[in-house]
Design a protein around this ligand. Structure first.
Ligand code: ADE
Length: 231
């Protein structure tokens, strides 16, 4: 299997599932893995559920069952940067877990004990292809660090803390966990999101208004990148 694609919510995977051909479904741990052909490439798409645990479980099961050559996480994110507006794309150079904190026993905030890393880098070649696809269609896209945690960020102070601590440009709830599962299994990983809100108090009204469109935009860019390869 060439590509494994993970989205937290149905709306983030819908376009990919619409375009996929020769579909077969496998259910593992309550998650449906739809395998088939996407832009001439073998791929498996899963809707994992929201948060780090569901997304890590999904990535591990996907790796064991389907042996994807690459895993890509797509969906929506909150902006932590004045350079990222609603509808813009963030194509991550790396992911952190902003709620990982063993600093009370002397570790740096965000360090994942065991692998002793804060930043999990995305695959350079795949990330480059996603950025090239965005440039080719004239989509506004920014690189940088994406911060993951089990919290929907909708508060100015929390937003600033995450941005300042990690130099992160966007926040979401799965990418860093998928990155960790990929890292320990040696699977190259990419992370692509479209901005649905600005992670401040305004997010409570902006997210419901813009998440559907942003979710489709992220999936559309992923298709564009795959199309550049094969369709
Ligand atoms: N996904 C989209 N917006 C988000 C936010 N503000 N916080 C966490 N995850 C998000």
């Amino acid at each position: 299997m060439e590509f494994g694609i993970i989205a937290a919510m149905q709306k983030e995977a819908a376009l990919l599932l619409e375009k996929m051909q020769e579909k077969t479904e496998t259910v593992i741990g309550g998650v449906t893995y739809t395998a088939g052909v996407l832009c001439g490439r073998t791929a498996v798409v899963a809707v994992c559920g929201v948060g780090k645990v569901f997304s890590a479980l999904c990535a591990q099961a996907m790796i064991l069952r389907f042996s994807p050559r690459y895993i890509i996480n797509t969906g929506v994110a909150g902006s932590l940067s004045t350079a990222l507006h609603i509808g813009d794309l963030v194509i991550a150079d790396g992911a952190v877990q902003h709620d990982m904190d063993t600093s009370a026993v002397g570790d740096p905030v965000g360090m994942i004990s065991g692998i002793n890393k804060i930043l999990l880098q995305t695959d350079e070649a795949l990330t480059k292809k996603l950025k090239a696809a965005a440039a080719a269609v004239g989509a506004r896209a920014v690189g940088g660090v994406v911060a993951t945690g089990d919290r929907f960020v909708a508060d100015g102070a929390e937003k600033r803390r995450i941005a300042d601590t990690f130099g992160a440009v966007a926040c979401e709830m799965e990418g860093g966990a998928v990155a960790q599962a990929c890292f320990v299994n040696g699977v190259p990983f990419a992370l692509l999101r479209a901005i649905s809100d600005d992670a401040s108090g305004k997010a409570q009204t902006d997210y419901p208004a813009f998440a559907d469109r942003a979710a489709r935009k992220s999936a559309a860019l992923l298709l564009t990148a795959l199309e550049g390869e094969a369709c």
